[in-house]
Design a protein around this ligand. Structure first.
Ligand code: XLS
Ligand code: NI
Ligand code: NI
Length: 437
């Protein structure tokens, strides 16, 4: 029996359609720059938001009902969530899902019992996967909800808590391999601090690296060939989180020799919390060869927290897709780490949230490809730096001349020319022209 009764498979109906349960821009088989839209945009469903979250916030309990007809806290409910998830993904044509260990089963007091439940539910998920083309994008361990992680997991002050983090990572890696996951994520939920007064920052950071190294060694041993990801976030829940942004996380990985096994999972709303644009953190990752996967959502510029809204902003989606296309695509995918607003609590809202997100990224892809074909942005950027490549001075700088040699150029010349207009307004006008023609 269908859970989302009355909601049929969502079809592409084009920009003229007024049917809310249809795609206006996401046309899976449409070819853009030589590749199908569905290949450019491997969308994923986040188990936690879509199948678990009911809109609980600090001021009130859930509004949406995600019981799917079963009793909360039971394995029947866990299985109903699997049923709901697969029906949901099939109806939307979504090929991937992402999960935390505790999203898929109710956590028991004893980790041995939690692990038994995890074996049972992943058998059930595997069974469901058969006959579909739905796969796991990435798995992860929730090391931030349980009270034992109040001071972090890898960064906890307690060796015993560290051991429980190891046990969860070990199990979540096994499950990810079992479900054929492409990646494994570390989001440093509470890997940070509240006050330096009680914090040994050096030890905490080294221990996070220790945990990651153990995970890489174990993962490779059990046949995990995918990428590990760090998902940077500057704050929330902790006041300061160690994986502040892409630049910080990449520096950390390099310092600890983890950069060959790890890439970035960049979340839009985390980048903006760090005081960057989404595209900034994508670019930082890409130029370091570490653009792995994306948590697709958006924040609210008037609110200073991780609101995890469905992506709606076409400018940002276009800038994102420009970065992704220029980087040659993702090894991961686009996980909608996004949730409906609390007052949007119906099953239709769940579908419309995803339709909005998928259409926004489809538009972003279309517009980014048009910007690339238009060529003016790239051409301008190239020209802006040409003095490094087509002047004698530039060639000297680029081929290892000394400080004295290069300084002598300036000393002889006496006064520098201005570097040439940055033409920001000119470029922004091109963006509008391509977006709205
Ligand atoms: C929270 C994070 C989280 C990760 C997975 O802000 O975005 O949902 O994606 O642990
Ligand atoms: Ni996320
Ligand atoms: Ni987030």
């Amino acid at each position: 029996m269908a859970i989302f009764e009355g909601i049929e498979k969502i079809k592409y109906e084009g920009p003229g359609s007024k049917n809310p349960l249809s795609f206006k821009y996401y046309d899976a088989d449409r070819v853009i720059l030589g590749k199908k839209m569905s290949e450019h945009l491997p969308f994923a469903m986040a188990w936690w938001h879509n199948l678990c979250a009911e809109g609980t916030d600090m001021f009130g309990r859930g509004v949406a009902n995600k019981s799917f007809g079963k009793e909360y806290g039971t394995m029947e409910h866990a299985k109903a969530k699997v049923d709901a998830g697969f029906e949901f993904m099939e109806k939307l044509g979504i090929k991937y899902f992402c999960f935390h260990d505790v999203d898929i089963v109710p956590e028991a007091e004893d980790i041995k019992e939690t692990n038994r439940r995890l074996d049972e539910i992943t058998d059930y998920i595997l069974e469901k996967m058969k006959g579909t083309d739905i796969k796991c994008l990435w798995g992860t361990a929730n090391m931030f909800s349980n009270p034992r992680f109040c001071n972090g997991a890898g960064s906890s002050n307690s060796a015993e808590v560290f051991a429980f983090a190891c046990a969860q990572v070990k199990k979540a890696l096994e499950l990810t391999v079992k479900l054929g996951g492409r990646g494994y994520v570390f989001w440093g939920g509470r890997e940070g601090y509240e006050t330096l007064l009680n914090t040994d920052m050096k030890l905490e950071q080294e221990n996070i690296a220790r945990l990651m190294k153990m995970a890489v060694n174990y993962g490779r041993k059990i046949g995990f060939t995918g990428d590990f990801y760090i998902e940077p976030k500057p704050k929330e829940p902790m006041k300061h989180q160690y994986d502040f942004d892409a630049a910080t996380a990449i520096g950390f990985l390099k310092a600890h020799g983890l950069d060959k096994d790890f890439k970035m999972n960049i979340e839009a709303n985390h980048a903006t919390l760090a005081g960057h644009t989404f595209e900034h953190d994508l670019r930082v990752s890409a130029i370091n060869g570490m653009l792995g996967s994306i948590d697709a959502n958006q924040g609210d510029y008037l609110l200073g927290w991780d609101t995890d809204e469905f992506p709606f902003d076409v400018y940002t989606a276009t800038m994102c897709m420009l970065e992704v296309l220029n980087a040659g695509g993702l090894t991961g995918g686009f996980n909608f780490d996004a949730k409906n607003r609390r007052p949007s609590y119906t099953y239709e809202d769940m579908f419309e949230g995803f339709i909005l997100g998928m259409d926004t990224f489809a538009l972003g892809l279309i517009k980014a490809s048009e910007l690339i074909e238009d060529g003016r942005l790239e051409e301008f950027k190239k020209k802006r730096y040409e003095s490094y490549f087509n002047t004698e001075l530039g060639n000297k700088i680029m081929s290892g001349a000394t400080l004295e040699e290069i300084a002598s150029y300036a000393e002889n010349k006496g006064k520098a020319e201005l570097p040439g207009s940055g033409k920001q307004e000119h470029l922004e006008a091109i963006i509008n022209q391509v977006l709205f023609r």
